[in-house]
Every structure is written in C-alpha cells, then in structure tokens.
Design a protein around this ligand. Structure first.
Ligand code: SOE
Length: 387
C-alpha cells in the first residue's frame, strides 16, 4: 500500500476533529492509500507542538509555505479561519498537493471562484480537492439522499431546514474569530447556514435558484476574548464590535419547483447543534435532526391511511452508508464519524483518480447562495443565484 503524507493547518476544534479522522480512517476502513499524520502546522511553535503531541502528528511547521514545499506531504488539509482558505488552498494546489478545505469554502464569491478555477486546473493534472461539508457523511443523510433519488417521496414540494445553536446567546460570551467578518466572512449564515444549504441541495439533488433573506446581529458589542479556542473563550476587560450576523433566515426557490425555508442561528437557547431538515414530497416525507443523528424519519404517503405514519429508521445497519466498517447494528455513531467518512471518500477518490465531492465548484455554488442572502437582506429584494 502506498502512503499519503498529510499536512494539517490549524489545530483548534476543526483541527482536532480532522486529526481524529485521519488517525481513525485506516483503523476501521480498508483504504487504498494509508494516510500518514506527518506534519501539523500552526503559527505558535509551542502550541502547535503541544497539539501535535496530543493529536498524534509526527512533526510540526510554523509556516504553511514551508509545509507546501515538503516532499513528504501529498495532501494539505486546511482548517484555518476562512480568510486564509483561498491563499493556502490555491498555493497548495499549484504546488501539486491534494487539498481538503474546511467550509465555507471562502469568505467571498471572488475568492471561491479563484479556488474553483485552481481546483479545475489542478484536476487536469490529477490533483484532487474537496470542501468539508462533513454532515453529508452522516449515514442517515446518505439514506435520505438515496430515498429521494429512488423516488420514494415523489416530487419535492417543501424543503424546511434549520441549523440551531446557542453558544453565543449570552451577550457576555466573548468575541471569537467566528464573530469577525474579516476572519469569518459572515456569521451564522456562513458558519452553519452553509451546511444546510449544502445538505438540502445534496439530499434533494436540486439547486437553490433564488432567495429572499434577512440577517440580524442581536448583540452588537462583546468582551474581547482574553483566550479563545474552538467555540470556548474567556472574556477580557475590553469590548469590541460584532461584525457578522447572529442569525440568518431566508426563503428559497429550488430549480425543480420546491419552496424552501431556512434558518441559521446561534441564539436558539437550548438548541446545541440541531440541524433539522424536513422534506415533503408528493409521495411522502423525510425528517432529520442532528441532535438525534442516527435516526431518519420517513413517511410513506402511499400506505393505507389507517396505518400510515412516520417511520423511525435507525440508520445503523450495515446496509446504511459507512456503517458496516464500525459497530454491530444499533451501536450508534456520533459527530466525529462524519469527519472519518469524509477522509475515507477523499482518499478513495485520490486512489481512483476521480474528483471527490463536494468539489470546490460545489463550495462556490454554496458561496453564491450565501452572498445572495446577504444581498437580499441589504436590498430587501429577492436575489437570483448566478450560474
Ligand atoms: C460552530 O458553529 C461550528 O463548529 C461550525 O463551525 C461547524 O461547521 C459545525 O459543524 C459545528 O458548529
């Protein structure tokens, strides 16, 4: 078996999740290439070394350009804030490295366009790229997509999607990079709204064509973080402005005629990581909530009225996507498994010489939807999604 040298940039929340995925993938899946956790990269030498020791990386670098110059790195995994995605990913692709880039693909449509163009050029040279819309790899989501593709719910009429968190509902929760437009591009819209845009399009196999949205920033100023990592931080004495949206809502039209209602917020008190998707079709419905992520609810409208009702499918059978590699039926998967499935699919595509999905072009299309929601909120007009 050939080895695939991995270089990961970033070691906070996403860096840890990706590290676990690279480590676990060959332990549970039969892979055509073996990922080697060669280099962890971050700017602070001491902190990156501590993270490397904890997360299982062999060496460290403090300059991502040096990482790109190394012969023992064939794949660069970008887990930095959005403001550096384009520069790093494009340079990595040009250096002949495969790239996995965290979502949203970029902070602006222009950056995402440049990344998609670089990915297309690299693909012609056999270099692969993927954007990390991890939730696609939840088995129940894969099952939902399959049922839609098989026509089990017929023609889709309604798409209802919410991504609900509450980690900044407290007005004294400190500023993190996720609340800084320069770093993150947008707030709830890009951080979590991007996931439900991708997921609903993935499940339905359809695309959003127009949107009408509203954004709101409820808490306009917060304590500057004395320390911050992942979603947690401690408040310092100074205060600073929140420059992104706290919540985003939008209506959408899909290409094949469905109507969509979307909501992304970090102020849904009591909702920790609820990704709720309900799809109603002419022959039935599907419903999913990530807070109960092993379940898919399926309603078959063709069943006799006296026994029809939502069926609760536990997507933990070996026939469900990815499940056979893990535990016996019913032994449940969690948040981290999606990251492992993501790298399994990426490694497989690299070995097979095919472009994995979601591609940078898919990431660009999501970026266009996000930008259209922002434009709509500013103009108070419906906005079409170009392309
Ligand atoms: C924070 O809102 C966050 O970590 C997102 O950035 C991730 O994409 C999501 O998976 C969980 O929540």
């Amino acid at each position: 078996m050939t080895n695939l040298g991995i270089g990961l940039i970033g070691y906070a929340f996403m860096g840890a999740a990706h590290s676990q995925a690279w480590r676990n993938a060959p332990r549970f899946f039969d892979l055509p290439l073996h990922p080697d956790l060669n280099v962890l990269c971050g700017r602070n030498a001491e902190a990156v070394q501590a993270a490397a020791t904890k997360l299982g990386w062999t060496e460290t670098e403090t300059d991502w350009r040096k990482l790109l110059g190394r012969d023992d790195i064939q794949l660069v995994d970008v887990c930095t804030p959005g403001d550096s995605h384009a520069e790093i990913a494009i340079a990595a692709l040009e250096a002949g490295k495969h790239v996995l880039c965290e979502k949203p693909l970029a902070n602006t449509v222009a950056e995402a366009e440049a990344m998609a163009a670089a990915a297309a050029r690299a693909s012609a040279r056999g270099i692969r790229s993927m954007v990390g819309f991890t939730y696609r790899r939840v088995p129940a989501i894969g099952l939902a997509r399959k049922l839609v593709a098989e026509g089990k719910i017929g023609t889709i009429r309604h798409v209802r999607a919410q991504y609900l968190q509450d980690w900044i509902a407290d007005p004294e929760a400190p500023l993190s990079w996720r609340l800084d437009k320069e770093k993150a591009g947008s707030g709830a819209l890009g951080d979590i709204g991007a996931h439900i845009v991708d997921l609903t399009q993935y499940i339905t196999g359809d695309r959003i064509t127009e949107v009408s949205g509203q954004l709101e920033t409820f808490v306009k100023e917060r304590p500057v973080a004395a320390e911050h990592s992942g979603l947690a931080g401690t408040a310092g004495a100074e205060r600073g402005p929140v420059t992104v949206d706290d919540a985003a809502i939008f209506l959408a039209r899909f290409g094949e005629g469905a109507l969509g209602v979307f909501e992304a917020t970090r102020f849904a008190t009591g909702r920790k990581n609820a990704i709720r998707i309900e799809i109603n079709g002419s022959r039935g419905s599907l419903a999913f909530d990530f807070e109960d992520m092993n379940l898919l609810h399926y309603y078959d409208a063709t069943e006799p009225a006296d026994t029809a009702g939502f069926r609760r499918i536990l997507a933990t059978e070996p026939v469900h996507p990815y499940v056979a590699a893990w535990w016996p039926p019913g032994h449940l998967l969690g948040y981290e498994h999606g990251f492992t499935h993501q790298v399994v699919d990426l490694i497989t595509a690299i070995a097979e010489g095919t472009d994995p999905s979601p591609s940078f072009a898919d990431g660009l299309q999501v970026q266009r939807v996000l930008a259209a929601v922002e434009d709509s909120s500013a103009s108070r007009q419906w906005q079409e999604i170009p392309g």
